[in-house]
Design a protein around this ligand. Sequence first.
Ligand code: IPM
Ligand code: MG
Length: 372
Amino acid sequence: MHLKIALLGGDGIGPEVLAQSIKCLKAIEETFGHQFTYTEAAIGGIAISNNDDPLPKETLKLCQASDAILFGAIGALEYDNDPKAAVRPEQGLLKLRKELGLYTNIRPVKVFPSLIKNSLLPKRNISGVDLVIYRELTGGIYYGEKTLNEKGTVASDLCQYTETEISRIAHRAFKAAKKRKQKLTLVDKANVLETSRLWRKVVTEISTSYPEVTLECLFIDNAVVQMMMNPLRFDVILTDNMFGDILTDLGSVLIGSIGLLPSASIGNDNAMFEPFHGSYPQAQGKNIANPVASIFSTVLMLQHFGLHEEANAVASAIQKSFVKGVTTTDILGSNKYGTDYVGDYIADNIVDADENPSLNDENIGLGRSTII
Ligand code: IPM
Ligand code: MG
């Protein structure tokens, strides 16, 4: 298969972790006879420094013309500490999501047996956790009108959703649930918010077209407690942009490190794959960042294009790195390998896949049904 891949390394550790993903994709090309082309472009803080624009036109054009986008990370301390900054790196990512119509953000959270000790939560709570969060990504409070009065004393952010914005992601989430454990949890705040009541109405109506899927509705405040106390109750979680941002970071507490979690953002014509984590500027250039979230994002990319054997080859190589303890410092009991070393190890194990199937007992694959 030929694939045109846009590489947006972004800020902080983004380019370092993305470089490890490229090593793995090159190993896939070599092993399975595919041809991927890679083109880099600027986004975020680096693009602001170059020409005051967090999403330069050339970057957007490249992304529109690519089959897939691999994203590193975004955000820089100088902007976080300056509430008055007129332009922010994050605006580049938000605009890209909107321009490309990437309305479905899919964030799988799967607890790996060999890393269970890394979680702060008791083993009995998290063993076997395998859930996926469908987060609406191009609407809601992130994109509503923002105001600040002249004195700088009153501010507002409008949260707005249309029926269409809710139903298109709801259908995708129900389809995923149908192929998985047939349970869908809608997370909202319908006891307070009008937008949440609209979500409930639309999602409940749609549920009648998916009779095999059980729908439950949870308030966000209850959902965060359930995620920690009883995550095994979840299969597919569907939620809006803001609640999804919060809930998905909690997934990292379940599996013990945010450096492990991948995501896919899927529109009708474009698809982007990126780690959950931020730019972690304190680690930039130190060769300590965990590349696994980025490499896992390539697993989601390969699945998206129907390359399941290839996706499993990457997932198995990651699994081997866990089992052998070839992990970065955020993983407890790790031998403190560097970013590069872990990336090389995983890439080498794609080319030289282990013949011994016993390694597969963890069933690390993220599952065919993750992406539709
Ligand atoms: C995420 C991030 C982004 C978001 C930021 C960087 C704008 O936290 O992808 O979860 O809030 O969507
Ligand atoms: Mg977030």
